[in-house]
Ligand binder design. Structure first.
Ligand SMILES: [Fe+2]
Ligand SMILES: [Fe+2]
Length: 351
């Protein structure tokens, strides 16, 4: 074959491989993370605007989605759990409608409020669905949840794998806490599944989406103030060790209702996300390469009176205050700083 013919064959081959995306990992992708929408239809008895703005949850989630839909070149949206008030079918229907209006695929993880409420004498409780039914409602056009499962792994971009956990325990009332158990643990079956998945995708970039964090975020989380140890998985050490073993570097969580921040523990970057439904109602927009992650935190657009109400109810709350967040001007300042965070932007070189 003549030299020109070889050059032509080679050119065609290169073109075909390029079109097929052969060997090319994702370069730079943009995605958004929303968390804790806690959708609560206002028609339901007992839904109020307290620390959680129950009556505003639909509006806040719709407004966040409308803003996210304006972002050019967005690839997908992650929803970090506590999708509903307590797994009520009407709230699942509404959230599914709102999320389906996203222009890009979205991927959810279940939170402690997205599973059956175990009835108890003290509380008049509405109907709630099993976590399998909630998960099944989010088997969508983008994949993610699969039938019969409450956790999944999916390649969301070339060589970028999203691994979504199911970390919640049964919603059993705990009298001494005067609360339903909001803690979490990864069961042995899921641990075995996790190991098989992260082993399989070891050469790709793996990002974890989990409702409960794998690290504590404040002093109270460490000392179990108000049962705040339940913000973290009971066996988080075991899960972190597994992630470390297979070189996983990124963990995204919700549940804590504090503004976006990160910490590095054992080479793993843990990033926590604010709630849409509680002060300071925010979401996060990321840009990611196989080496770097940068982000910007945005306020959810809402009328000024909603922001005023959210902050007033936030300051009036006692339970969400840590031991250092005393009801004094100094304590209020620390309380605000912990939940608002200090940075609206961030960047890390994770690999
Ligand atoms: Fe939550
Ligand atoms: Fe939660």
């Amino acid at each position: 074959m003549k030299k020109q013919a070889w050059v032509s064959v080679l050119s065609i081959l290169i073109l075909v491989l390029a079109c097929a995306g052969f060997g090319q990992a994702f370069e730079k992708i943009k995605f958004a993370v929303i968390s804790d929408p806690h959708i609560s239809l206002p028609e339901q008895k007992g839904i109020t605007d307290g620390y959680k703005l129950g009556l505003k949850t639909v509006m806040l989630t719709e407004n966040a989605v409308a803003e996210i839909n304006k972002i050019p070149d967005l690839r997908f949206v992650l929803v970090a759990g506590d999708l509903t008030n307590d797994a009520e079918p009407w709230n699942i229907d509404v959230l599914r409608r709102i999320l389906d209006s996203l222009k890009v695929p979205y991927f959810v993880v279940l939170g402690n409020h997205d599973l059956s409420l175990v009835p108890h004498e003290k509380k008049d409780q509405p109907m709630s669905l099993s976590k399998y039914t909630v998960a099944g409602a989010f088997i969508g056009r983008s994949g993610g949840m699969v039938p019969g499962m409450t956790y999944y792994a999916q390649e969301v971009a070339k060589d970028l794998v999203l691994v979504s956990f199911d970390t919640s325990r049964a919603q059993v009332f705990v009298p001494e806490a005067n609360l339903n158990d909001f803690g979490g643990k990864m069961d042995p079956g899921q641990l075995r599944w996790l190991e098989s998945v992260i082993k399989k995708y070891q050469k790709k970039t793996v990002m974890i989406l989990t409702h409960h964090s794998l690290v504590p975020w404040g002093e109270g989380d460490k000392t179990n103030h108000n049962y705040w140890g339940w913000f973290r998985l009971d066996n988080s050490d075991e899960v972190r060790a597994l992630l470390k073993k297979y070189g996983v570097r990124l963990v995204f969580s919700g549940h804590r209702h504090i503004s976006t921040r990160y910490q590095k523990v054992d080479d793993i970057y843990h990033v926590v996300h604010p709630a849409l439904s509680t002060y300071p109602m925010r979401y996060t927009v990321y840009e990611m390469t196989p080496q770097e992650l940068s982000w910007e935190v945005k306020n959810v657009p809402a009328p000024a009176e909603v922001w005023e109400l959210a902050k007033k109810n936030f300051l009036a709350n006692k339970w969400w205050r840590g031991p250092e967040h005393t009801e004094t001007p100094e304590g209020d300042q620390k309380y605000l700083e912990f939940y608002e965070g200090t940075e609206m932007k961030g960047k890390i070189a994770y690999k």
